[in-house]
Design a protein around this ligand. Structure first.
Ligand SMILES: [Zn+2]
Ligand SMILES: [Zn+2]
Ligand SMILES: [Zn+2]
Ligand SMILES: [Zn+2]
Ligand SMILES: [Zn+2]
Length: 318
C-alpha cells in the first residue's frame, strides 16, 4: 500500500519545541515548525505571526532589552527593522520624506513617539545621535551629506547660480548675498519680514522652509540654514534664486501657486542637472501648493516649452 505508507511517513513524530513524541493533534507553523498542543497552550507566542516560541527565541528575547518584542525566529529574521533603533517592527511602521535613494526607511512606533526628530527631514534619530552645537538634530541620512563649512556652502551656491542661469536663460542682474544662519536666526528674520510660510506647520524639510530671499532696495540676500544635506542645500538655493529672479523680472506677481511653482521648477531642474533625480522626483509628488505649482510648470514646459514657463512666471497665464 504505497499511498498509505507515504502518508504515515509524512506525519511528524516529534514536537519541534519540546522534543516529545506527538500523540494526538499538532500544529504546523509558518516556516514548517511542528508544535504539540501542550506547547501551543503553554508557551509564549510570537507577537507578529502567533507561532509558539522555541527555546532559542525565548532565550533571545530574555537576553535582549526589556522592551524586545516576543518574536519567533522566522519573524525575527524577516520583520522590517526600524532605521532608528534597528529593532524589528512588529506592528505599524512609519515612513517620512527622507533622503533615501531607494524607498523611504521605516520607523517603529516607539521611536516616532519618543525619539527626537531630524530637523531637516523629521525622521526619528537613532539613540546614538548627538545634536549639533545649536541643538539641532540630523538623522544618519542627512548627516551623511551634511555641508558644514561656509566655503563649501559658497561653492554649492555658485553651482546653483550657474545651473539656474543656464536653465532660465536670462541671468540675474544682481547676485543675492548669501547669509548662512541658524534656525533660530531664520525664525527671527522671517518674523521681522512678517512672513508666513505655507506648509511649514508640518515641519517637513521642503525647500521653502530652509531658505529665505529678501530684497532691500537695490541689494538683496538669500538666507540659508547651516548644516544642511548637500541635495537639500542645492535645491533650496535654487528655489530662492528663482524668487530673486521673480523680484527682478516680475515683481508684481503675488499668486502663491505661480511664485512657488516657479521656484520649485527651478529647484527641480538644478537638482536634475546635478544628478539628484530621486530628490527632484520627490517634490513632484507633494500635494501642497509647492507640489501643485511644480506640476503646473512641468506640464507647461512639456506642452509649450521653456519660454512659456518664463511667461507663466512673469504673470502671463494664457
Ligand atoms: Zn511540544
Ligand atoms: Zn512569528
Ligand atoms: Zn525604532
Ligand atoms: Zn534627516
Ligand atoms: Zn518659496
Amino acid at each position: 500500500m504505497p499511498k498509505q505508507s507515504i502518508e504515515v511517513g509524512k506525519r511528524p513524530r516529534f514536537c519541534n519545541l519540546c522534543g516529545q513524541p506527538l500523540v494526538g493533534g499538532y500544529l504546523r507553523h509558518g516556516d514548517g515548525v511542528i508544535c504539540c498542543l501542550t506547547c501551543y497552550a503553554n508557551r509564549s507566542h510570537c507577537v507578529r505571526c502567533g507561532a509558539p516560541l522555541d527555546d532559542a527565541a525565548l532565550a533571545r528575547t530574555r537576553a535582549g532589552a526589556s522592551d524586545s518584542p516576543w518574536l519567533c525566529t522566522h519573524c525575527f529574521r524577516s520583520a522590517p527593522r526600524c532605521a532608528a533603533c534597528h529593532r524589528p517592527i512588529v506592528a505599524v511602521s512609519y515612513t517620512f520624506e527622507d533622503l533615501s535613494e531607494t524607498r523611504p526607511h521605516r520607523y517603529c512606533e516607539s521611536c516616532v513617539k519618543t525619539r527626537p526628530r531630524c530637523d531637516v527631514c523629521r525622521v526619528p534619530v537613532a539613540p546614538d545621535v548627538v545634536p549639533l552645537d545649536d541643538g539641532q538634530y540630523r538623522c544618519a541620512l542627512c548627516a551623511a551629506q551634511m555641508v558644514r563649512e561656509p566655503q563649501q556652502v559658497e561653492a554649492i551656491y555658485r553651482e546653483a547660480l550657474a545651473a539656474f542661469s543656464q536653465i532660465v536663460g536670462s541671468p540675474l542682474r544682481v547676485t543675492p548675498r548669501l547669509e548662512i544662519v541658524t534656525r533660530l536666526q531664520m525664525g527671527t528674520i522671517r518674523r521681522s519680514h512678517h512672513t508666513m510660510v505655507p506648509g511649514s506647520e508640518e515641519g517637513s524639510g521642503g525647500h521653502h522652509i530652509l531658505g529665505f530671499f529678501v530684497r532691500h532696495d537695490a541689494a538683496c540676500s538669500i538666507y540659508i540654514e547651516r548644516c544642511l544635506p548637500r541635495s537639500v542645500l542645492l535645491g533650496t538655493l535654487a528655489h530662492e534664486l528663482a524668487h530673486a529672479w521673480q523680484s527682478e523680472y516680475a515683481p508684481q506677481v503675488q499668486d502663491l501657486l505661480v511664485c512657488e511653482g516657479f521656484a520649485e521648477w527651478a529647484a527641480h531642474h538644478v537638482l536634475v542637472a546635478s544628478g539628484q533625480r530621486t530628490m527632484a522626483a520627490r517634490a513632484t509628488r507633494r500635494e501642497d501648493v509647492y507640489g501643485r505649482g511644480l506640476r503646473l510648470y512641468l506640464t507647461t514646459e512639456r506642452k509649450k516649452g521653456r519660454d512659456a514657463v518664463l511667461r507663466l512666471a512673469s504673470g502671463d497665464r494664457a
